[in-house]
Design a protein around this ligand. Structure first.
Ligand code: AMP
Length: 117
């Protein structure tokens, strides 16, 4: 599936549609999930046009590292770093990926179950 420049997250990155932004750098944007699955549910998005983990190229290594560093910073900012949080990347249909711009879910604020559903 080719990258859709008119997709929801592409528009959020370009600030064409609103989102509750919690963290932004030159390369990464993080905002609240519109349909939260936990008391804290943030989506951390690299600003490069990549559909999924399957589409990552070797030269995305730096920005994907920055995505994880953003997760670290947001966890500290929201004071959930000690208690804990879960990071999830859904890829394609078995995992339930709905939006084809790579994103990391940061979930927190309740006890998580394992294994996930
Ligand atoms: P996934 O199923 O991993 O592709 O996750 C997509 C996520 O994007 C879901 O949790 C949706 O609730 C969320 N979502 C969809 N549209 C928006 C939006 N406009 N703003 C924030 N989150 C959204």
């Amino acid at each position: 599936m080719p990258y859709d420049d008119n997709g929801i997250f592409a528009k959020i990155i370009r600030k064409e549609i609103p989102a509750k932004i919690v963290h932004e750098t030159d390369t990464v944007l993080a905002f609240e999930d519109i349909n939260a699955k936990a008391p804290i549910h943030i989506l951390i998005v690299p600003k490069v046009p990549v559909e999924s983990v399957n589409d990552l190229q070797d030269d995305h290594a730096q920005i994907m590292g920055e995505v994880l560093l953003a997760a670290r910073d947001i966890a500290k900012q929201l004071n959930i770093d000690e208690k804990g949080y879960r990071l999830v990347i859904n890829t394609n249909s078995d995992a339930g990926q709905e939006i084809f711009h790579l994103h990391v879910h940061l979930l927190a604020g309740r006890k998580m179950t394992w294994p996930p559903g």
